[in-house]
Write a protein of this length. Structure first.
Length: 140
């Protein structure tokens, strides 16, 4: 399964309350993270649920809202951005360890699991952070 099948781009019809996200912005539909959960469950024999999917959604939202990560995505290729994202994700998993100990333990102790999570999140986060940058390099 490729990252392209995990996420769908949509144009928002209205502003998101209490958020910098405005009507007309494009973003990833995060409901497709359920496919990430299904892939992890199938490949690793885990039993992650909707609550675990929400954990990944919050992680993704936090990354996308981070200005330094946004700048790193905008000035790097996806390949060069990957290690930056990986380190940031690791820190977020540690910070949120109490919120989901099962995922934390898999990410910290299973290299293959961590690589799969990074692979599935990398493209969507990178594309989201670069979606609103025009040809001049200025944020829209």
């Amino acid at each position: 399964m490729t990252t392209a099948t995990l996420f769908q781009w949509v144009e928002l019809k209205q502003d998101v309350p209490n958020s910098p996200v405005k009507a007309g912005n494009k973003g990833v539909v995060l409901d497709h993270l359920s496919q990430l959960i299904n892939s992890l469950n199938e490949r690793f024999g885990t039993d992650f649920t909707l609550a675990d999917q929400l954990f990944f959604e919050k992680i993704t939202e936090t990354v996308i809202a981070n200005d330094s990560i946004k700048k790193a995505a905008q000035v790097n290729t996806k390949e060069n951005f990957a290690p930056v994202l990986e380190k940031h994700l690791e820190n977020l998993f540690i910070e949120r360890m109490d919120g989901n100990e099962k995922i934390f333990m898999e990410v910290m102790n299973n290299e293959e699991f961590r690589a799969m999570v990074l692979e599935k999140l990398l493209s969507s986060i990178y594309e989201t952070l670069n979606r609103n940058v025009d040809e001049t390099g200025n944020s829209n």
